[in-house]
Ligand binder design. Structure first.
Ligand code: HEC
Length: 143
């Protein structure tokens, strides 16, 4: 009798453990509306003043400046979580003046890049913390 109860508890514990692991794996992706329209609008203005000269108005890139929209860009980043893109922009861009952007500005720029890549806007703003950004995976856009 005692043995059975112990086994029951063990099975239950295993179940809870598995559910936790699954919740971590089924976090959000960029298809789930992970930024707001207003962030993207702010990001657009920043993009025009600080990024457009190199990455071009349509985010197509030019010469050594890589594209920030389109399948080359999304294929490269798909599967990674947003903290990687955030850190890359925060520490290396704009190329002429790296580390001059605030975390808030970087999230706004990412929101604009997401909108240009046709990921939908939503009601929740894109977070500014690495923890929050780690929970969002970059998806290939829907065809
Ligand atoms: C002076 C030109 C220049 C400016 C201005 C500039 N970039 Fe860049 N950007 C580059 C170059 C060159 C690279 C490639 C760097 C490398 O591969 O090491 C790059 C790479 C990137 C990447 C990585 C792309 C990828 O797929 O690897 C992102 C994202 C990016 N830039 C965003 C921005 C944003 C946002 C701004 C505006 C705040 C900006 N850049 C301003 C020249 C520029």
């Amino acid at each position: 009798m005692k043995g059975r109860i112990t086994k029951g508890i063990a099975a239950l514990t295993a179940c809870v453990g598995l559910a936790t692991v699954m919740a971590a794996q089924t976090g959000k992706t960029t298809r789930d509306g992970v930024y707001t329209e207003s962030q993207a609008q702010q990001g657009h203005d920043l993009y025009v003043s600080q990024c457009l000269t190199c990455h071009q108005a349509n985010l197509e890139g030019k010469e050594q400046n890589p594209p920030l929209a389109g399948s080359d860009f999304t294929t490269k980043w798909a599967g990674l979580t947003m903290n990687y893109l955030f850190t890359q922009i925060l520490t290396t861009m704009p190329a002429t003046k790296p580390r001059s952007l605030t975390p808030e500005h970087v999230t706004e720029l990412i929101a604009y890049i997401l909108s240009a890549n046709k990921y939908p806007a939503g009601k929740t703003p894109l977070p500014q913390t690495l923890e929050g950004l780690k929970a969002i995976q970059i998806a290939t856009p829907q065809p």
